[in-house]
Write a new protein. Sequence first.
Length: 170
Amino acid sequence: MPGRVASTTVAPRSTIGLSKATPRTSSRFDRSIAIADTMSLFDERMLLTVGGRWQSLDVNSYNPVTGFRSGASESGAFSPGIGLSPGLSLTGRVIYTAAQYCDLANSQKIPDRATLDLGLRYATLFRDRPLTRRANVVNVTGNNDWATTGRGILAQGTPRTVLLSASVDF
């Protein structure tokens, strides 16, 4: 039949509630604050600096299908700092990590842990050149622990370790 056009009716598709973006599977939020103050003693011949830093990390896992949170991990650490100059500085930090899930299903957990690191630094002159000597002990208490990426991979924590170094500026 000339002049006749066949037509097809198609129901419109709704895009309400649909997103073209890749679904969120994780989120990470880092926070850090530090404060320090210096006091002078003996007519400013000796300076004492005391301070610290708090750091925290929150990680959330989300189901890519439903978008609901499927796991969470929170950890934080306080790192104190003490410095005495001229010459001698004492360093230290305490790192605390909360218990963490170590697999994607959040069914296996490693316990919380804390480590203590201490050190000394001495700055002086050697033949009119600045010389700095350092002695540090990582994991002073010798804790045996594990760390995880949360993806089923475990790494052994650092054993007690003594580090010695010296540097000269020239």
